[in-house]
Design a protein around this ligand. Structure first.
Ligand code: SF4
Length: 651
């Protein structure tokens, strides 16, 4: 029975029913009138466009398109289309490129470059270990920069000029010196690089590579681009380069080992007793790791894994999953690179060092490429600082990987929580909530595994390389001055790193290297002043120097660095002298003691860092002095014991 008739709902009054009927009549009259009158109005409006088309045209204009070229003139008449203008406008189209196919893998060489020498050697070995032909392009020089300027668009950042120029000159050498024809080069080589959608000019690198290759006579040369934020699966089975979990694992591992070996080189070289020994020994260590990477089998290709793989097939699991993820699992479970890194450590430990000479610790930050490259791209700044009595602390590429993951987690969280309460999120969109949780968990797990692996390798190298900076600490330090949602370049990390390494007493000075006109770095430099003055009021004396690098201006940049380095050296020497004075020994005594003890000349000896003391030499003399004190006490105790024994016997 209807509840209304049963009296569950109170009966409506006559007046209410009348109002309801009037409302219904008014509404339907409006609908009918609109449907009859609209064609009439449109036909009488003549050249006036309908509301919809006007809206579309306005939208098109606002996005920079030219609506009249699509067949409708500004006056709305098709017959008035300016045909000549339409013929002249030629929109940019990404050239259709011949794909690099799996079937070509055996005869096509993958070229890559733009990183440091050790990173590139290790990546080359990793590529070869996965069955690719690979070759590294030389470290970019000033001549490459000039070539890049000739072939690329004007107004780009100098990393693109340097790296593009290096590629073009490499191909020219293949053509002019090794005698390959352009056809052979186009068939036999591809260039592998990373890309991005911006927000800075990094998003235009891909098109600049193609433009430069076309301008230099290598039109049709293939450039394979991986998006740095697109994750591990970016290719299909037929692609020449199969980007999957195994590929990502190997390359990330190569980058991490490169970071660690570079770090060791920069820590040991300023203190080496025999000039050039560090480079020779590290080259040998690098070769060992490269051999290991070349011979390393892919996760699912080992005999044991094949058996497991077959079992998985029986259970209905795809064989490829184990092949792709088997290596990742094995690396998580086992300390896969511990043995080879341990061998490297034994080798490097044979280098003779003298840590009693003070060296100003110079942390290098700035734009990703400028702070990392070892050649003319940053005026050879690392070797220059070392030659002037400094010790360089470089930033590992792994920090950048962790930063990308950390930013992705923050962004995902913010997008998810924008304008919604927890209750609404769960109740109304449960499926999306699960997807969100899975994504955040995945990103955090990958970030954790990368940090864990880095730490494990660091320990395998005696714990001497610097640990990775904490992302949350960097964010918290930078937050009052730089919004961490601003991306592009190093984002908030430039400000965060300056404060992290200065406030925590980890360096004497911070040198920020950035290409000329780099927008993200210019933003950071703008707020660094505020950060420095704030911390200056708190009692921190931060020595920070931003330097813009370009193809020119080397002398000016080096001069500025030298002036700041002198200040840093003065700080370092003052600190050292204060520490020597505190020990109560003369510095010659301390050096003489070290010369008599071979273990104090090993690079991997443990140097405890005291709170508030930055320099390695200052910390080292305090360590030596406490060891000398202990020995002196023991000797005097022994002597006292002997004297007492003699007295007892004679008594
Ligand atoms: S971070 Fe700076 S130098 Fe690097 S691509 Fe972006 S704008 Fe250019």
């Amino acid at each position: 029975m209807n509840a209304w008739w049963a009296g569950a709902v109170p009966r409506k009054s006559c007046q209410a029913r009348f109002l309801e009927a009037a409302h219904w009549l008014w509404h339907h009259t409006k609908v009918v009138a609109r449907s009859f009158l609209k064609p009439l109005v449109d036909s009488y409006s003549g050249s006036e466009m309908s509301h919809d088309s006007l809206t579309q045209t306005t939208k098109a204009r606002s996005f920079g398109a030219t609506p009249h070229l699509d067949g409708v003139s500004a006056a709305g008449s098709v017959s008035e289309k300016p045909a000549l203008l339409a013929a002249r406008v030629e929109h940019f189209r990404r050239p259709t490129e011949r794909p690099f196919l799996r079937s070509e893998r055996e005869r096509v060489t993958c070229l890559f470059g733009g990183l440091t020498y050790r990173h590139e050697r290790l990546m080359e070995a990793s590529f070869q270990g996965m069955g690719y032909r690979a070759a590294r392009i030389h470290t970019p020089t000033k001549a490459d920069y000039d070539t890049g300027r000739e072939c690329c668009s004007p107004g780009m950042c100098n990393p693109v000029y340097f790296t593009v120029g290096a590629l073009v000159n490499y191909l020219k050498r293949l053509r002019d010196i090794e005698g390959l024809t352009v056809g052979q080069i186009l068939d036999g080589y591809v260039f592998v690089t990373t890309g991005s959608c911006g927000p800075c000019r990094f998003g235009m690198y891909e098109s600049e590579f193609r433009l430069a290759l076309r301008n230099s006579g290598f039109d049709g040369f293939r450039v394979v681009v991986f998006q740095q934020k697109a994750g591990a699966n970016q290719s299909s089975r037929d692609d020449g380069i199969e980007v999957n979990a195994e590929f990502a694992r190997r390359l990330v591992t190569a980058l991490m080992i490169g970071d660690l070996l570079n770090d060791l080189a920069h820590q040991i070289r300023p203190y080496e007793v025999n000039p050039g020994e560090t480079e020779c020994v590290l080259e040998e260590a690098l070769e060992r790791v490269c051999t290991f990477l070349r011979l390393e089998r892919t996760g699912g290709r080992g005999a044991k894994c094949e058996v497991q793989s077959a079992r998985c097939d029986v259970l209905g699991v795809h064989r490829g999953i184990l092949r792709d993820w088997g290596g990742v699992l094995l690396q998580v479970i086992r300390n896969r690179y511990g043995r080879v890194l341990g061998e490297c450590m034994q080798l490097i430990d044979g280098i003779g060092v003298d840590y009693t000479w003070p060296r100003a610790l110079c942390k290098v930050t700035g734009e990703f490429w400028a702070q990392m490259t070892e050649g003319d791209g940053n005026f050879g700044m690392f070797s220059f600082v070392e030659s002037q009595g400094g010790e360089v602390m470089v930033e590992p590429i792994t920090t950048w990987l962790v930063y990308l993951l950390d930013s992705a987690v923050c962004r995902t969280r913010e997008v998810r929580s924008a304008g919604r309460s927890m209750h609404v999120r769960i109740v109304h969109n449960f499926g999306a909530w699960i997807v969100y949780l899975r994504k955040v968990a995945m990103l955090k797990t990958v970030s954790y595994l990368i940090r864990r692996e880095y730490e494990r390798m660091r320990r395998a190298l005696g714990g001497m390389p610097h640990p990775l900076a904490s992302m949350s600490e960097l964010r918290e330090l930078a937050r009052p001055f730089f919004n961490d949602r601003i991306t592009g370049g190093e984002g908030h990390m430039e400000v965060g790193k300056t404060l992290y390494y200065s406030v925590k007493g980890l360096s004497h000075m911070v040198l920020s290297l950035k290409p000329f006109g780099c927008l993200p770095s210019t933003q950071s430099d703008g707020v660094q002043r505020a950060a420095l003055s704030y911390y200056g009021r708190q009692g921190y004396d931060i020595l920070f120097l931003p330097v813009e690098t370009s193809g020119e201006g080397e002398i000016g940049a080096r001069g500025r660095v030298l002036m700041a380095l002198e200040q840093a050296k003065a700080r370092c020497e003052r600190e050292f002298e204060a520490c020597v004075e505190k020990t109560g020994y003369a510095v010659e005594d301390l050096r003489g003691y070290c010369a008599c003890h071979g273990e104090l000349r090993r690079p991997f000896q443990r140097v405890c860092k005291r709170k508030g003391i930055v320099g390695r030499a200052a910390n080292f003399v305090l360590n030596i002095a406490s060891r000398m004190d202990t020995e002196r006490d023991r000797r005097s105790l022994e002597r006292a014991g002997v004297d007492a024994a003699i007295r007892a016997r004679s008594g």
